[in-house]
Design a protein around this ligand. Structure first.
Ligand code: SF4
Length: 1013
């Protein structure tokens, strides 16, 4: 890749998509019913070529001498850190393990500690595995109501963030390394000046916080400096939600949903099943539990302005520009709920069909009689949220499926206004001392505020920054204090429902970083206070009784404090006079969204997240200008064409990705890319969409202009990779689905092509010696495509990051992938997710062709891979119809960087260059459980047995939807055996008679019969 131009345009799918040719082919041929890419839909020669290849063209050849240097630079060694591996220390204070407390740490026996990860102020409860004082794996806290054992990709990948060698490793003053003592001494004078002024020139800028301890500290600090101001800003904020509640109720409240009780759900641009949405881990669990077609199945309508994972799960999805949401909502509900007030213009005759659909949805909601939810997306304006509150109230949902509580945010101000005030004071010369705690406002503040310029050119005499990275903001501040990672620090926080979590460190700070509590204490004349003392002292004040020690230990052990969820509040929505109009249909709408993988940019330097294929586009390592197929046709734009996008006199340039299902006359750009100072993985990746984002167009605005530059840019999408050849995809699809009605008529529809069990020439394996035969089911109805299983597998199994160039060549290493299939019209397709790990076939094609017996069948039915026998012929991979084997074409793993050595799971075998690797059902976990079970059986003088449910694979454990179930298929009482006995159970490519041990439960949709006709 040079100057943004591909050197390898012959590499499919890097080859440019010729839309005119595709259109011609689409007219002439009947494409498959389910398709993963527009190339496949068109049956293009490039797709056919890739279909019959083991890896994309070029993956098996050594053509580019730059490649190896490229990824070494990416994940490369930081030799200056050598010796690090001998330096880990547990925190000095007593931390309380979750499960058991041995008298001493035993090598090989991990410990588990409860803690929490905070994103945009919301705490996500966790259980962290630690080997000899080194945190190695993140899990959800199964006892906590916000997790129930699930996690999300940001929490899973946060462990890589802690070991990131690019983290800020020292305090710096004007770029030179300094000390904590030096910093404390230097700020004493300016703080004394401010004390005399009552803090009139002092400003503190934080991110969203929910920590009661930090709030308490901040209040005490502001009491010392009464005229100082506390500003809050995050680019992914909830200002609209907050203002919407003020509009409806006259006060700020948090809205909480109970999807377990919702029969009908309408999402208006709310991607509530995706990581990053507050409460999504619990919401996914509750939603997925109601997708059981043999129970009381829910129905989901999604009206959205950009294709999302939530939209993919919809029974009915309507693509709509964000600016039309208010009018659509009014159109939907006005006949039924005249009390909504306000006015809207009538839709054009062209929208007559939408009008009918809207009324059908409203009728369905009313029929649910208080058992429904209307949820509005955070980027929709306050007026839409207010209408949403009215509708939930009118439907009788409040108190049943919708609850209002105190806000989780400790300082729920309008964050854009708060930042605007700060900039205005800085410009006016009213700020002498600015302390920025976390965030990266020089990079992500709205462009019209000119925050970075203001910081650089203002007269703020002293600028102090406390953060994990030496980033774009750090370079504009005098002092940069390196922050302790949450796995190194004491704190607390609230989950989406208000439940309090205690945050305890797993390891002493790797770089002597300071927590936010210690930083604020230093500003408040207590530079030696430890985070532990501060947090404990706060909770001591809350629990004055003699039983505090017992309470403290229990709370640390559990990771949360029972009974602290906010109680529902009684509030009544008032009438609001909002006026809604339809946006100019020919004007281009520009939408800003946080990135599905790197969020707002704070995870830009996380290689796991950068290489994680985004749910709908499967793009890695870049963002793109997403447009719909119709717009691409009209503008003559092809995928990977570079365009200039203009809005309000500002311009950005980036490559186009044509996204099936994207609304017409609309563009989506993801935030979080185009970083100048992120680190080796994040710097320079993608383009900076913040440059176009302003205070009056924080989430969307019309008036965009798209112009082709004539350039082409290589994107790395895995969308077309590992495409499986069904031979007859029309009648034997890989994803199998039916409507609820069809399923009830023909429950065994998914099994149509299962061959009889006895139809095989191979002698069966003798499993009599082992009581366990491992197998797995994946429920396609429950899976929401969140990708968490991919990151969990990567973390558990020490799977390498390969870098963009290698992804383009199809050499990514994920052992489980989540395929996205589309169905039907490319402008309004249905979408389906299918996670694909190794199928652990009973009659495995891979085992037959390995010349050295490196892939063999185990006595428990696993297709084992013996790494040190593998000589890299790749016959096994060539013969695998599921394309689930991954080959180390190069030495992808970084064995040099000391921090990464600490992070790795010591129970997993080392792989190197030239070796095939694959999913093992987490054989290291199976082995550990077997040993534990055998020891327990001997000790208790009973038959050895691994209890059903006690052993989980990493993907299963992390899955918030409980879509993956693993266990002993020999035991008819096991959960997996029961699921395999369901009518919906089917094997992928089972007609090949591979007899896969991993099977799927077919997807069932629950469409509204009124809309189906
Ligand atoms: S199976 Fe994977 S992608 Fe699907 S919901 Fe579970 S973790 Fe997410």
């Amino acid at each position: 890749m040079e100057n943004g131009k591909s050197k390898r345009e012959d590499v499919c799918p890097g080859k440019k998509l010729d839309r005119a040719a595709v259109e011609r082919q689409l007219k002439e041929t009947k494409g498959p019913e389910y398709w993963r890419s527009l190339e496949e839909l068109a049956g293009s020669p490039e797709f056919q070529d890739m279909l019959h290849r083991e890896f994309p063209k070029g993956a098996s050849e050594w053509l580019d001498s730059v490649s190896r240097r490229g990824f070494l630079q990416l994940m490369g060694a930081s030799l200056a850190m050598a010796g690090m591996s001998g330096c880990t220390k547990l925190p000095l204070q007593e931390i309380v393990p979750y499960v058991r407390q041995p008298e001493q740490v035993i090598p090989g026996v991990p410990m588990y500690y409860a803690t929490a990860f905070t994103l945009s102020g919301y705490a996500n409860p966790l259980l962290v595995e630690s080997h000899l004082g080194r945190p190695t794996k993140i899990e959800g806290n199964s006892l906590h109501p916000a997790s129930l054992g699930g996690t999300d990709i940001f929490a899973q990948a946060s462990i890589l963030g802690m070991y990131d060698p690019d983290r800020s490793q020292a305090i710096t003053h004007l770029g030179d390394v300094a000390s904590w003592a030096g910093f404390v001494k230097e700020i004493r004078g300016p703080l004394a000046v401010q004390k005399a002024l009552g803090g009139a020139g002092l400003r503190i800028l934080t991110q969203t916080i929910s920590s009661p301890t930090l709030k308490d500290q901040m209040q005490a600090f502001l009491a010392m400096y009464p005229q100082a101001k506390w500003h809050v800003y995050e680019p992914v904020n909830r200002d609209n939600v907050l203002e919407g509640s003020k509009l409806a109720f006259g006060e700020v409240v948090e809205t909480r949903y109970d999807f377990s009780k919702a029969d009908v759900i309408v999402s208006l641009d709310a991607d509530f099943l995706s990581p990053g949405f507050p409460g999504s881990t619990r919401y996914i669990r509750d939603f997925a539990a109601r997708r059981n077609p043999d129970g009381n199945m829910n129905r989901l309508y999604v009206i959205e302005s950009s294709p999302s994972a939530t939209g993919a799960k919809a029974d009915h999805r309507l693509s709509m520009r964000a600016g039309d949401a208010l009018s659509f909502m009014r159109m939907m509900f006005m006949p039924a709920f005249a009390q909504l007030g306000g006015t809207h213009t009538q839709p054009s005759p062209a929208m007559e069909a939408e009008l009918q659909r809207a009324h059908s949805i409203a009728n369905d909601l009313r029929r649910a009689g208080g058992g429904s939810v209307v949820i509005v997306g955070d980027h929709q304006p306050a007026a839409v949220h207010a209408v949403g509150h009215h509708i939930n109230q009118a439907l009788g949902n409040v108190g049943k499926t919708v609850f209002y509580t105190d806000p989780v945010n400790a300082n729920p101000v309008n964050q854009v206004e708060s930042l605007r005030d700060l900039v205005s004071d800085m410009r006016a010369g009213k700020v002498d001392l600015l302390v920025i705690m976390g965030g990266n406002p020089a990079y992500d503040a709205p462009a019209d505020l000119g925050f970075a310029d203001c910081l650089k050119n203002s007269k703020v005499a002293l600028r102090i920054y406390h953060c994990l990275y030496q980033n774009e903001t750090a370079e504009l501040c005098h002092w940069s204090v390196n922050e302790a990672h949450y796995l190194e620090a004491w704190s607390d926080g609230r989950a989406y429902d208000g439940t309090l979590s205690l945050i305890q460190p797993l390891i002493a700070p790797l770089y002597a970083g300071k927590s936010v509590h210690e930083m604020l204490a230093a500003l408040a004349d207590a530079p030696d206070a430890s985070g532990y003392d501060i947090v404990r002292a706060y909770w001591r004040k809350q629990h004055a009784g003699s039983e505090f020690e017992e309470w403290w230990r229990k709370s640390l052990h559990d990771g949360w404090i029972e009974g602290t969820a906010y109680a529902p509040k009684a509030v009544t929505a008032k009438l609001t006079e909002t006026v809604a109009g339809w946006s100019d249909p020919s004007a281009i709408e520009v939408n800003f969204r946080h990135d599905p993988s790197v969020y707002d940019g704070q995870f830009s330097n996380n290689g796991w997240l950068q290489e994680l294929p985004k749910p709908m586009s499967k793009l890695t390592w870049d963002n793109a200008v997403l447009i719909g197929p119709k717009m691409a046709d009209r503008e003559g734009i092809k995928t990977m064409d570079v365009v200039t996008l203009e809005l309000g006199g500002r311009k950005i340039t980036g490559p186009v990705w044509i996204q099936a299902g994207h609304p017409d006359h609309s563009v989506t750009v993801h935030l979080g890319y185009g970083r100048r100072k992120a680190g080796r993985a994040g710097t320079g990746a993608g383009f900076d969409a913040y440059a176009l984002r302003t205070t009056n167009a924080l989430w969307f605005a019309t008036g965009g202009k798209l112009t082709k530059t004539g350039d082409h840019y290589q994107l790395a999408s895995t969308q077309g990779y590992q495409t499986m050849d069904t031979g007859d995809g029309a009648t034997r699809p890989l994803v199998r689905e039916a409507t609820l009605e069809e399923y009830r008529k023909e429950p065994k529809f998914a099994k149509a092509d299962e061959p009889p069990a006895a139809l095989t020439l191979y002698p069966g394996f003798d499993y009599k010696k082992s009581p366990d035969a491992w197998g797995m089911t994946i429920d396609l109805n429950a899976c929401v495509g969140c990708n968490n299983c991919i990151v969990a597998c990567q973390s558990e199994n020490n799977i390498a990051v390969v870098g963009k160039e290698q992804v383009v060549k199809g050499r990514h290493m994920h052992w489980i992938r989540v395929d996205a299939y589309y169905q039907g019209d490319r402008d309004a397709p249905k979408a389906h997710f299918q996670p694909v790990p190794c199928m652990q076939c009973e009659d495995a094609p891979c085992e037959l062709v390995c010349p050295v017996g490196a892939t063999v069948h185990s006595s428990e039915g696993l297709n084992d891979q013996v790494y040190n026998r593998c000589i890299g012929t790749r016959y096994c991979s060539n013969n695998c119809p599921y394309k689930v084997r991954r080959f180390n074409f190069l030495l992808f793993e970084d064995w040099e960087t000391p921090q990464y050595k600490l992070m790795r799971n010591p129970d997993v075998s080392v792989r190197s260059r030239g070796v095939m690797e694959k999913c093992t059902y987490c054989v290291q976990r199976i082995t550990q459980h077997r040993i534990d079970a055998e020891i327990a059986a001997v000790r208790e003088n009973r038959q050895f047995k691994i209890e059903d449910g006690s052993l989980q694979t990493a993907c299963q454990q992390s899955c918030p939807a409980d879509a993956i179930v693993f266990g002993n298929i020999n035991d008819p009482k096991s959960r997996v055996a029961k699921l395999k006995a369901l009518d919906r159970n089917y094997g992928l490519l089972a007609d090949l008679n591979t007899r896969p041990r991993t099977t799927y439960l077919a997807e069932i949709r629950n469409p509204n019969p009124e809309l189906e006709t």
